[in-house]
Design a protein around this ligand. Structure first.
Ligand code: XLS
Ligand code: NI
Ligand code: NI
Length: 441
């Protein structure tokens, strides 16, 4: 068992559901873990996870300024000892918050060593510590991943690097990250592009890079099979940042890539709100697109700032946004074995430890409300009925024959020549739809 350590979040109680009328800002107003929604406890709908990188490694530095975060327990730099101590801090936070899951990159939890072998030893030591705390608390790993973008060796990317040895190193790193994820009983493994993309097309062999990315993912899938890891693989889209064009641009691009390379049986989407908007989509669009294709896996819950325009990774507090997200998720039968990972960071100006609690409480309550509102919309049924009405002609004779594939251009031409013109369209009633949704908020 880990050596006894002092409390990190001194004076912060276990966060409990106190209902909408509580005066406390360190309580849930809407997230009640065991409350049933559509017959299932909220905690099983939402499967909240804390992102190790933002919450326990975020420093608050930005391109213009130094770190701002006050973290009294961070006294040992980026050492293995610090990494081991930090595990207790992370689990204290998650226990007090009452979340069931966390997510990490290999290099968030354990420091990179001087050699690959040393990095692997660090990771093994921290994995043992993580496992102790998982067993003690019942908190589980939603997904693991490898950081293939911070170290200078990955300057040109990892799987899509122009340097074959960098590809090999990245393969070794992912092999180990998969083994660690498996050892911790992780429910999934994420590929996010990192620097898999380009800054300039003149110096880039795009075909070769995309082929290498596919080869890399196949090797990961093969290795998972060899070690008996049966968790779900995810691909996380992002259109730009850090490269000007990321190969995992959006859901449509990723799904095409997976299908074109025979990976569609192994990989689903991990969809992040701020990445969706960077790609010029609403999050609802990305979820719907992945869902209808059978690729809806997990989500990275955050939000961007329309006036900033980059991946600001803010905590989600907009109930209209969470309602739209949960409406699609319920429609496609839920996320499990995926979940809702707060890939979000407190603002640079929110530098006290308690701000981590305010941030997560707000995100969890926003999703709880979104879930309840989405369930109310579905239970009421008026919205669904209005959509069905809009497509009513497709349930008539002609519509059914077209959908069944028993009409042709020639037969349709005959039908319309005989009629002279199509039946008049009905109103789309967008404003009515929008007003109706607002009645549930
Ligand atoms: C960065 C990504 C990253 C992934 C995991 O923009 O969101 O945090 O979720 O590598
Ligand atoms: Ni993410
Ligand atoms: Ni992001």
């Amino acid at each position: 068992m880990a050596a006894a350590q002092g409390e990190a979040f001194v004076g912060i109680p276990r966060i409990r559901y106190e209902g909408p009328d509580t005066d406390s800002m360190l309580a849930f107003r809407h997230y009640d873990a065991n409350e049933l929604v559509e017959g299932k406890p909220m905690k099983d709908h939402l499967r909240f996870a804390v992102a190790w990188w933002h919450s326990f490694r975020g420093t608050g530095s930005d391109p213009f300024g130094a770190p701002t975060m006050r973290r009294p327990w961070e006294t040992k730099g980026d050492s293995l000892e610090a990494a081991l101590d930090r595990v207790a801090v992370g689990f204290e936070f998650m226990e007090k918050l009452g979340v069931g899951f966390y997510c990490f990159h290999d290099r968030d939890v354990a420091p990179e060593g001087a050699t690959l072998a040393e990095s692997n030893r660090h990771l093994d030591a921290v994995t043992a510590r993580l496992r102790e705390h998982q067993e003690r608390t019942g908190i589980r790993l939603l997904w693991g991943t490898a950081n293939l973008f911070s170290h200078p060796r990955y300057v040109h990317g990892a799987a899509t690097s122009c340097n074959a040895e960098v590809f090999a190193y990245a393969a070794a790193q992912v092999k180990k990250a998969l083994e660690v994820t498996h050892a911790l009983g992780g429910a999934g493994y994420v590929f996010w592009g990192g620097r898999e993309g380009y800054q300039c097309l003149w110096n880039t062999d795009m075909k070769r890079e995309l082929d290498h990315l596919a080869r890399f993912m196949h090797m990961a899938v093969d290795h998972a099979r060899q070690i008996g890891f049966t968790g779900q693989f995810y691909f996380e889209p992002k259109p730009r940042e850090p490269t000007k064009h990321q190969y995992d641009f959006d859901c449509a691009t990723c799904i095409n890539f997976l299908r074109a390379n025979g990976l569609e049986k192994h990989v689903k989407m991990n969809i992040e709100t701020n990445h969706a908007t960077l790609a010029g989509h609403e999050m609802q669009h990305e979820l719907e697109y992945a869902g209808l294709q059978g690729f809806l896996g997990s989500i990275d819950a955050n939000t961007g700032d329309p006036l900033v325009g980059w991946d600001t990774d803010q905590f989600p507090t907009d109930i209209y946004l969470t309602t739209r997200i949960m409406h699609v998720i319920l429609k496609y039968g839920g996320l499990a074995p995926g979940g809702i990972n707060f890939d979000a960071k407190v603002r640079r100006e929110s530098f006290e430890p308690v701000d981590l609690f305010h941030a997560h409480i707000g995100g969890m309550d926003a999703f709880a409300r979104g879930l309840k509102i989405a369930a109310a919309i579905r239970a009421d049924g008026r919205l669904d009925q209005l959509v069905r009405d809009r497509y009513a002609s497709w349930s008539g004779d002609l519509g059914r024959r077209i959908e069944a594939g028993s009409e042709s251009f020639a037969s349709l031409e005959q039908a319309m020549l005989a009629k002279g013109d199509a039946a008049p369209c009905t109103s789309g009633r967008q404003e009515l739809f929008e007003n109706l949704v607002n009645t549930y908020l």
